[in-house]
Design a protein around this ligand. Structure first.
Ligand code: HEM
Length: 493
């Protein structure tokens, strides 16, 4: 049953004309419509596609779908088909047993002390040896740069190092080179996403004829897969030659070394290749776009920037050893953990600008949501993180304001976490983002290291707006300049 205040559904074409006429600001349109409907509405698409579904921001519905009735709401065939070439059976694309096995392997490894330590080292070395050196050069020569592009390069190198133990070198201290693997990955993702916006008959015919975007997709996927296959087989060879990979702590090396009960190899090459590619897709752009929005919001809210700096000064003040020079400051994991206000500012950024603004599941059987909405088998259920952060019913009347304080416990002590169904920015339930801890460590390290040393100034007149893709990029990037800070100098001996 459609909602009386829901979007206009046209004969034959369903929701499509309404959607296309609001495409420029589709996130805001969805937010307004969801508010009018009390959080949930139904839609249908063109009659011959038989595509229908539900759009919801109701936390109770989300809990029901993502946890209580998890097995009735998989990613589904629709998603898998479109990402099939690039992701194969990788964790991001898989359901049921295929998903479960990878989830188990990935969580065990990601949460192990040695991976946490290794990933911290990779983050630090990229931040201090590459990112800060590049920024320092730009600050000295008073040059501007697209910070989003720099951050995208940083996280791509970082996730490849964590997943494969290979740094593709997208970010160097004095250059932003074209890296074929990174380019191919970016194109393969965009071309896979294109399949979501054209009717299946179009892209399937193009695939059959091997023309246009489908031919390009095939070529870019080949580059990505060749890189992954070669890396997996090189690592196997290395293991056979050396008898162990004891000094390698990346995800792939751990998987290559894992053995099954009979002492043979635990995971097939395809399993490892698919898992690593999914990891790159999941961990590539999400934290960089979040950081771009963070720097933009912080510059617009000097009072927040001041509080972040005050907190950094307090944390550094607890060091017993004197700080000789700002350049030498490398934050430890324990110090970053104590930066609750920084954590709050990043969480608040993601509340308003979630890196994954919308996601969906596909219902297997007929069902009913807690708010009474009937769910028919085959329905797609979209949940809109972008709109959730802007719902007064969920976050209060000040929901559109950037207020990190809402994440600080009453009385000022410590970070107050939220229900993951009210804040599903990292997804929720059994498919909660595997990289959440990694992402926070990465974002906090970059934010603290940069803000301690530089003022980040968005170039006057630069227009900041979201891009309409499944990752919330800034459409025009974030062009900034950097100025060396002097504000924290009292800390120096
Ligand atoms: C701000 C940063 C990040 C955000 C907002 C974020 C958000 C998400 C979301 C919404 C999902 C669910 C996607 C879906 O099921 O359709 C997800 C899944 C996932 N994320 Fe993240 N992510 C972030 C960073 C990372 C990083 C850095 C990594 C890797 C180190 C990572 C690895 C994964 C993996 C492997 C999954 C799939 C989990 C599964 O399906 O069981 N994420 N993430």
């Amino acid at each position: 049953l459609t909602h009386p205040n829901g979007p206009m559904l046209w004969p034959v074409l369903g929701i499509l004309p309404t959607l296309y006429s609001n495409l420029d600001e589709v996130h805001e349109w969805a937010t307004r419509t969801l508010m009018r409907c009390g959080g949930t509405f139904q839609y249908h698409s063109m009659w011959f596609s038989r595509s229908h579904g539900i759009v919801t921001v109701d936390p109770a519905n989300l809990e029901y779908m993502l946890k209580t009735r998890f097995s009735n709401f998989p990613k589904g065939r629709y998603y898998r088909e479109r990402f099939g070439e690039l992701l194969g059976d990788g964790i991001f694309n898989a359901d049921d047993a295929t998903w479960r096995e990878q989830r188990r392997a990935a969580t065990a490894e990601m949460h192990s002390a040695r991976f946490v330590e290794y990933s911290q080292c990779t983050i630090h070395s990229l931040v201090h040896m590459k990112l800060l050196k590049l920024i320092d050069r730009l600050a000295k020569s008073n040059q501007t740069i697209d910070l989003q592009d720099v951050l995208l390069r940083f996280t791509f190198d970082n996730i490849c190092t964590a997943a494969f133990g290979v740094n593709p070198g997208c970010l160097t201290e004095d250059d932003l080179p074209e890296v074929p693997f990174s380019r191919a990955f970016e194109h393969a993702t965009e071309l896979s996403l294109f399949r979501f916006v054209v009717p299946p008959i179009v892209w399937k015919t193009m695939r059959f004829l091997n023309i246009g975007s489908e031919r390009k997709l095939k070529e870019t996927v080949r580059v990505v897969h060749e890189f992954a296959e070669n890396t997996v087989s090189d690592r196997r060879t290395e293991l056979l030659k050396l008898g162990g990979l004891g000094d390698r702590f990346d995800l792939l090396s751990r998987l290559v070394e894992a053995r099954n009960g009979e002492g043979g190899f635990g995971f097939s090459d395809k399993f490892m290749k698919d898992l690593c590619i999914s990891f790159i897709l999941a961990g590539r752009d999400t934290s960089s776009v979040a950081l771009a929005w963070f720097f933009w919001l912080v510059q617009r809210h000097p009072e927040v920037e001041k509080k972040i700096l005050d907190e950094i000064v307090v944390v550094l003040g607890e060091r017993t050893a004197k700080i000789e020079s700002l350049d030498d400051v490398v934050f430890t994991a324990a110090e970053l953990n104590r930066m609750d206000y920084l954590q709050a500012a990043i969480s608040e950024t993601l509340r308003l600008y979630p890196s994954v603004p919308v996601d969906f599941k596909e219902a297997v059987e007929d069902d009913q949501f807690p708010d009474g909405t009937e769910v028919r088998s085959g329905a797609k259920v979209y949940y809109v993180m972008y709109s959730m952060g802007r719902m007064p019913a969920i976050w209060g009347e000040d929901c559109r304001e950037f207020k990190p304080e809402r994440w600080i416990k009453e009385g000022g002590g410590g970070f107050a976490s939220e229900s993951m169904f009210k804040y599903p920015v990292f997804n929720a339930g059994p498919r909660l983002c595997v990289g959440k801890k990694f992402a926070y460590a990465q974002m906090k390290t970059v934010a603290a290291a940069m803000l301690l040393r530089y003022e980040v100034k968005v170039v006057e007149g630069h227009v900041v707006a979201p891009k309409l893709t499944t990752t919330l990029y800034m459409k025009n990037g974030l062009v900034v300049s950097f100025r060396r800070r002097s504000v924290v100098s009292p800390l120096l001996s």
